[in-house]
Design a protein around this ligand. Structure first.
Ligand SMILES: CC(C)(COP(=O)(O)OP(=O)(O)OC[C@H]1O[C@@H](n2cnc3c(N)ncnc32)[C@H](O)[C@@H]1OP(=O)(O)O)[C@@H](O)C(=O)NCCC(=O)NCCS
Length: 199
């Protein structure tokens, strides 16, 4: 696993495709033009990680529908735009989103998020920047709790969530499987505000 780089960029050096620019990544709402980057990152996670418990690759229309559905509900899909990587030349180096945690009305102030960073852009703070922006969006929508369901062996994800103030509130042993082994699911959650619901 790539660790966070301790080096800083030299201000006078010209930006290149393989060296992060000082103001990158920028975080913004996704548009359909970002779908190729989102698709590449998603499918890489499906094929190579236990971050998502699914072994079926998806196509562009699948991600386009996902983006449209999220945005139709008023929920954010944020992308991190970097200088591009070997895996994601389009410049989308990560993305994050949330949706309803569970369908019943009583859960309407709780959302469940996901965050993915291109494999060759990890450990540089991209995930942290995406998550900080996502948390702000959840607060501005009046949400109360943000939940993450994390494979219990996913140390970088658990470290990232801890740093952002998430606490682990559940651990479900062997509720999933991938790559020929059982997977444990850890639930982490962040209290977004203290206010009681208005309705
Ligand atoms: C989890 C993920 C989003 C983190 O993104 P990122 O850009 O690497 O995150 P950051 O650089 O902001 O922070 C990563 C943290 O993990 C830590 N970390 C990295 N590798 C680690 C390891 N092997 N063990 C423990 N911690 C590790 C880093 O030190 C950093 O923590 P710190 O800020 O307290 O030092 C990214 O690794 C990823 O996309 N993984 C695959 C998909 C995934 O797991 N998504 C989350 C599903 S819940």
């Amino acid at each position: 696993m790539v660790q966070r780089s301790k080096t800083t960029s030299v201000p006078t050096a010209a930006p290149t495709a393989d060296r992060p620019q000082p103001d990158m990544p920028t975080i913004r709402d996704a548009t359909p033009a970002d779908l190729n980057g989102i698709l590449a990152i998603y499918n890489h996670a499906v094929a190579h990680t236990t971050a998502i418990w699914n072994e079926t690759l998806v196509d562009l229309p699948n991600r386009a529908k996902w983006l449209a559905d999220r945005q139709a509900l008023g929920y954010p899909v944020l992308v991190a735009i970097g200088p591009g990587t070997a895996l994601v030349p389009a410049g989308v180096v990560g993305y994050a989103s949330f949706g309803d945690w569970r369908a019943f009305d009583g859960y309407r102030y709780t959302v469940e998020h996901s965050v993915y960073v291109s494999a060759d852009a990890r450990g540089q703070g991209v995930g942290g920047k995406l998550m900080a922006a996502l948390v702000e969006r959840a607060r501005s929508l009046g949400k109360h709790v943000m939940v993450g369901a994390v494979e219990a062996g996913n140390a970088p994800s658990l470290a990232l969530h801890r740093r952002l103030g998430f606490v682990q509130t559940g651990l479900m042993p062997q509720v999933g499987t991938k790559f020929g082994r059982w997977l444990d699911l850890a639930f982490v959650q962040l209290q977004l505000n203290e206010a009681l619901p208005l309705r």
